[in-house]
Design a protein around this ligand. Structure first.
Ligand SMILES: *Cc1c(COP(=O)(O)O)cnc(C)c1O
Length: 375
């Protein structure tokens, strides 16, 4: 091969996505697959979203509004921020990419809690920077250790709150303490993909934070509670100077029409969102109760997933679940080999998952005792 990729890319591996439902159907000969591996909302979308998409079908030949004006106004009113404090992305994935391209230079270091969302690392590397991983403490983002790790080369700090894959959060007070004690030329990213599930209590009021600290940006998404993962739309909220820097590298028309109308419509349906949050709270409570009864370790979660350790080979449990048409995320994917991460579904789905895990463990125990007896 005569052409070469940029040297920095040699260290980068392609981002691994969870298997699709189609892939699992074929590979495991299943007719139906329950995908609980990507924290998508199995409640679907609001009926208003379906209507909005139908009514946009005659406009598909037109370029959409590059500014997402209607949606921009809606979010600006909702959060009481200026319209130019918002930026939209093809999912938070794109916004994370834009932050890397805008702020990270050759020789810069970005600090990443570990384990956390995988894309921060890719973006740091493809931008020419160096990721430095700071282990979680008790499954929580270790703000004090992150502060200690700062050097003059530190440029970006990625904070996932609540943290994926552990579901834990840090408080408003912890965040302010942290921000008050670090340099103001470090860009701090608050990835709040699970904001709607976590809001309230001591969870940060991060819109107040960005008004006070111009080096902080919030990322949120329509992929989780609003159920629009397939349409790809997320947004950032920050200081207007920071937003205008990011806008320089953004693809001009990056949000398609259907995503714009769907996101706008989903903001109008409070009831759907409330139902989803209620369903999720009940689902989490169900899993936690089952974990306590079965003696499975779990991490209390502020999100739409729960990460647990059932004290059996986690990879085998995941494999056995796939044979039953259930897809969840093995902890080995993010360096927590003994753990599994399960997206909360509807009541019947959650029951099916727990029943299946119990069956699988019973089978393991039985096989083990048969082996023991034959020795
Ligand atoms: C799901 C998730 C995202 C991805 O969001 P998109 O808007 O679908 O790109 C970003 N960050 C975290 C932590 C997530 O869990």
């Amino acid at each position: 091969m005569l052409y070469k990729q940029r040297e920095k890319l040699e260290k980068v591996s392609t981002y691994q996505q969870a298997k699709t439902i189609e892939q699992i159907k074929q590979e495991y000969k299943q007719e139906k697959v329950l995908k609980l591996a990507g924290n998508e909302n199995t409640m679907g979308v609001s009926p208003l979203v379906k209507e909005a998409i139908k009514s946009a079908e005659n406009e598909l030949f037109l370029y959409p509004d590059a500014k997402c004006q209607l949606l921009r106004e809606a979010l600006s009113n909702l959060y009481n921020v200026q319209e130019n404090q918002l930026i939209f992305g093809n999912g938070s994935f794109e916004l994370i990419t834009l932050i890397g391209q805008t702020f990270i230079e050759e020789g810069d270091v970005s600090l990443i809690p570990s384990p956390s969302f995988g894309w921060y690392k890719n973006v740091t590397l493809t931008s020419g920077g160096t990721p430095l991983f700071i282990p979680l403490a008790h499954h929580k983002v270790a703000l004090l250790d992150i502060k200690e790790a700062i050097t003059p080369r530190t440029k970006v700090i990625w904070l996932c709150n609540p943290n994926n894959p552990t579901g834990t959060h840090f408080s408003h007070e912890e965040l302010e303490n942290f921000l008050n004690n670090i340099r103001k030329d470090i860009v701090v990213v608050l990835d709040e993909a699970y904001y709607e599930y976590a809001a309230g209590g001591d969870y940060p009021n991060s819109v107040d934070i960005i008004q006070k600290y111009s080096n902080v940006i919030i990322l949120r998404t329509f992929s989780k509670v609003y159920g629009l993962a397939s349409l790809r739309i997320g947004y950032g909220i920050g200081n207007q100077e920071m937003i205008s820097m990011l806008d320089k590298v953004r693809i001009p028309v990056n949000i398609n029409k259907l995503a714009q109308v769907a996101a706008y419509a989903s903001l109008q349906d409070e009831e759907f969102k409330r139902n989803c949050l209620e369903n999720n709270a009940e689902g989490l409570a169900f899993y936690e109760q089952q974990c306590r009864e079965e003696g499975w370790e779990y991490i209390p979660s502020k999100t739409n997933f729960i990460t647990m350790n059932v004290h059996y080979d986690a990879k085998k449990v995941v494999e056995e679940l796939l044979k039953r048409g259930i897809s969840i995320r093995p902890g080995v994917d993010f360096g927590m080999d003994d753990w599994i991460r399960i997206t909360i579904g509807r009541e019947a789905e959650n029951q099916f998952v727990v029943r299946s895990i119990k069956e699988i463990i019973r089978k393991f125990k039985h096989n083990r005792s048969v082996e023991d007896a034959s020795i």
